[in-house]
Design a protein around this ligand. Structure first.
Ligand SMILES: [Zn+2]
Length: 86
């Protein structure tokens, strides 16, 4: 198997389990927000590759303002040990 992606957590549920996170950078309005990987409306099976996330995430402010609301960049966060609660 080729190791095409640096992350094996290819769904939000796996990211949650691994304790890793995602943030989204809104290129249009230059805001950054942490993505809640535990958010129920996405579901644990929600794939979290760029092309998957771009379908479900958009900038509410830009949409309201009539700007490009899907000009996004996603950043994977490494394991944050202090955030693990098990
Ligand atoms: Zn925006």
């Amino acid at each position: 198997m080729s190791n095409k992606y640096p992350f094996t957590e290819n769904t939000l549920g796996k990211k949650l389990e691994a304790g890793t996170g995602l943030s989204v950078y809104y290129l249009t309005c230059k805001r950054t927000a942490a993505l809640d990987v535990a958010e129920r409306r996405f579901g644990a099976d929600q794939p979290c590759m760029h092309w998957d996330l771009i379908k479900i995430i958009y900038c509410h402010e830009c949409r309201a303002a009539g700007r490009d609301d899907r000009n996004l960049q996603f950043t994977n966060h490494a394991l944050a040990p202090e955030k693990r609660r098990r």
